[in-house]
Design a protein around this ligand. Structure first.
Ligand code: 3HC
Length: 704
């Protein structure tokens, strides 16, 4: 931090100052991401005060140590009592400073970090810097002057794009819209020094952002409002971002006042808590007991099965740079698999993920396709995605046992089956693991890493490493029928079916749940996944289904007449013009089934539908947690947020459970149990929580 020619002084643990002749340098060193914690804010204030009071210092250079300049306010402080100085006050203080301050941006200069930079008098970014105001993704808005200073530098339209999308932009784009003044290569301290001398020499102009005027752009404001009404009607903060940017045409103090008012409204919204919980969920899931085990080397991935799932997994692995060996039982299956991979890669080109040249070289250079398992003998990790049948899987694993090299990980993509039994068909159960991908596997972010009784810790660590390489979010699950996600889904899907039988039509159920924020309703999901998939599972379970359990067979009957959902154009809905319309055949089956059960069909309000559905989800999730299938409540939240379209702004089912409260959940379940005491049983854990007043968040805190 110092080259020996000046003097260095530590203000506190995270802020130090250094003087180099007429230049004062301030370094922020608060790993991992230099978040603007209380110590950073107070230290920075003192450092600026110290240097501004020193008459020999004529310019201040501010930079960050480590991988990034400040990546934002310290999110962990949100919801706690605020501590002076606040970030908005600090930003105003920086802007008011008589000594010009040059800020050096590097890494991911985001949120409050960019707001600090915008309050300085000149900005230089290192090449490769990502610059953004992602607050909207956390349910808030830039609350330290970002909504006022960004439009002053970049104009209303560019500020709207930056703030409402929350997407970071590259340094070049930030330079193009005047958010920064220059791009310079070097290390942050050296660039700060160089930039400071440029300011002194008059080569780098400096100004107070707050003194600039904003040209009103009502057309851009109303276009964004219209866009948000259509695309994000349920979200709170994007609309408030627009309101705050609109206020930037006023005087700075008035605009800042508006921003504060709108920021506080966002902070108080439950969406803020939900979105921040989702942010931490994405990161918490990697904190597993096996995280210190050394992952095994991974270069070549074998995939068994060229169906939708196998091809999707192979595509994901190719896109992540692995060499992939795809195998099938026969040439027909193999060419279908290769064709699907080629189509998936074309889709990736269309989405701008890869170039057409990349697509060709992946297909010709990285993909090997063959019949039979023999070519998998060199694979580091083999993922079986064959037919969902225990005998088929056991036969494959037993054959693999004789082929795979020592140390290879043998993974199954089963959605429901007992991995202990699959592992037992090999002589190396320590190498066997479940890697449960979600369809389409090259797009969906979730992957359940299913740990069987004898799976070794380094196999688990390798599963997590693979997920990271594939850009996926891995969640650790124990073995049970359906693991975390499908087990809970199987349960709450029944709640939807019972409501359907009792009087709510599929379209009403779907509408109520999408109105709550789910990406799709359960019948839209069923049609998309294919009704034939659950038909097979329903037949498998029929023999063991308890007589007390209600059973709704509308989906099975649709399958019997060849209506499998979207793939056949008809299911719960008809898709003849690309849009879903209720299928009269499904409705007539439903009417018949209601008649047989002697039910007239009673009305359900949308609120009742949502309450029953979400309560069912929480009920089974509490059991999954209590049985130790999921490590922590936050793991269950991650599964539903990243694999089942649970509304992100609601933070996941366990976070929602805490908002509802265990006593109310118990009350609801006991009320529903009056109609169906077999299905609606209060899980032990919810009883305990209702009695001792604890929450799922308490359990997260204890475990993390
Ligand atoms: N506050 C507190 N902790 C943070 C943080 C923040 N703003 N940003 C990241 N962290 C933590 C993460 O939780 C993680 O902790 P862990 O190791 O204990 O799990 C650690 O820093 C490293 O983060 P990542 O694993 O995400 O590291 P990456 O290198 O993959 O990503 C990043 C770095 C791009 C900075 C990413 O962490 C990120 O996007 N952070 C959030 C940025 C953000 O949203 N900033 C705005 C904050 S709100 C704000 O500024 C309000 C203001 O307007 C008033």
């Amino acid at each position: 931090m110092q080259d020996g020619t000046g003097t260095e002084h530590h203000i506190n643990d995270v802020i130090s100052v250094e003087t180099q002749g007429p230049v004062g340098l301030i370094c922020i060193n608060n790993p991992p991401v230099n978040a603007a914690s209380h110590a950073v804010r107070s230290g920075l204030w003192q450092a600026v005060e110290l240097l501004a009071g020193n008459k020999t210092i004529r310019v201040i250079g501010l930079y960050g140590h480590g991988r990034t300049f400040v990546a934002g306010a310290d999110i962990r402080e949100f919801g706690k009592p605020p501590q002076d100085p606040w970030l908005p006050d600090l930003c105003n203080f920086l802007e008011e400073c008589e000594t010009p301050i040059l800020c050096v941006l590097h890494g991911t200069t985001l949120g409050g970090g960019l707001e600090i930079a915008l309050s300085c008098h000149a900005r230089i970014a290192l090449p490769g810097t990502k610059i953004g105001l992602p607050e909207v993704t956390l349910g808030i808005l830039p609350g330290a002057g970002g909504t006022q200073r960004a439009p002053r530098l970049a104009g209303v339209k560019a500020a709207l794009d930056l703030i409402v999308s929350g997407k970071p932009i590259p340094a070049e784009e930030a330079l193009g819209c005047h958010l920064i003044d220059r791009i310079l290569d070097g290390d942050p301290r050296q660039v700060a020094l160089q930039g400071a001398y440029a300011v002194l020499a008059g080569d780098l102009p400096h100004k107070r952002t707050g003194s600039l005027k904003v040209t009103p752009d009502p057309a851009a404001i109303s276009a964004m409002r219209e866009h948000l009404k259509k695309t994000q009607p349920l979200l709170f903060s994007p609309h408030r971002c627009v309101d705050a940017i609109e206020a930037s045409t006023s005087e700075m103090t008035e605009g800042l006042g508006q921003e504060r008012h709108l920021f506080n409204a966002c902070m108080e919204s439950p969406q803020r808590a939900g979105l921040i919980h989702a942010f931490f969920a994405e990161r918490a899931v990697s904190k597993i007991p096996e995280r210190h085990a050394l992952p095994r080397p991974l270069e070549t991935i074998g995939v068994i099965g060229g169906g939708t799932m196998g091809s999707g997994i192979a595509t994901a692995a190719l896109l992540a740079g692995f060499s992939v060996s795809l195998t099938e039982r026969d040439e027909t299956g193999l060419s279908r698999g290769v064709e699907t991979i080629a189509q998936n890669l074309e889709g990736a080109v269309k989405r701008g993920k890869i170039s057409d040249t990349d697509r060709q070289s992946l297909l010709s250079g990285k993909l090997m396709a063959s019949v039979g398992l023999e070519p998998l003998k060199t694979s580091d990790l083999i993922i079986e995605a064959a037919f969902e049948d225990m005998a088929v899987k056991q036969a494959i694993f037993s054959e693999l046992d004789g082929i795979a090299k020592p140390g290879a990980i043998l993974a199954t993509n089963t959605s429901y089956l007992d991995i202990n039994k699959i592992a037992a068909s090999t002589s190396r159960p320590g190498d066997v693991i479940g890697l449960h991908f979600f369809s389409p596997a090259h797009i969906m972010r979730l992957m359940e890493v299913v740990v069987a009784q004898e799976t070794s810790p380094d196999a688990v660590a390798t599963g997590f490493k693979l997920a990271k390489n594939l850009g996926k979010i891995a969640v650790r699950s124990g073995v049970c029928d359906g693991f975390i996600g499908n087990r809970i889904m199987t349960f709450y899907k029944k709640a939807a079916d019972y409501m359907m039988l009792d009087g709510a039509d599929p379209a009403q159920i779907d509408k109520a749940l999408t109105g709550y924020g789910f990406a799709m309703g359960p019948y839209q999901v069923a049609d998309l996944a294919g009704l034939d998939i659950s038909w097979a599972a329903n037949r498998r379970r029929a023999a063991t289904r308890p007589p007390e359990e209600r059973y709704v067979s509308v989906a099975d009957r649709l399958c019997e007449v060849g209506m499998f959902g979207r793939k056949t154009g008809k299911g719960f809905y008809i898709y003849n013009d690309g849009h879903p319309h209720p299928n009269p055949v499904a409705l007539s089956f439903l009417a018949e089934e209601r008649g047989v059960a002697g039910l007239k069909g009673r009305p359900f309000s949308d609120e009742d539908i949502v309450n029953r559905f979400v309560t069912a989800m929480i009920l089974e999730a509490a059991r999954v947690l209590d049985e130790g299938i999921a490590l922590r409540p936050i793991d269950i939240d991650a599964v539903f947020l990243f694999g089942y379209g649970f509304p992100r702004f609601r933070g996941g089912p366990m976070h929602t459970a805490d908002q509802i409260g265990a006593p109310e959940l118990v009350r609801r379940i006991e009320t529903y149990a009056l109609e169906d005491p077999y299905y609606w049983q209060v899980p032990k854990l919810l009883h305990v929580m209702a009695e001792n007043g604890s929450s799922f968040e308490d359990r997260n805190r204890e475990a993390l």
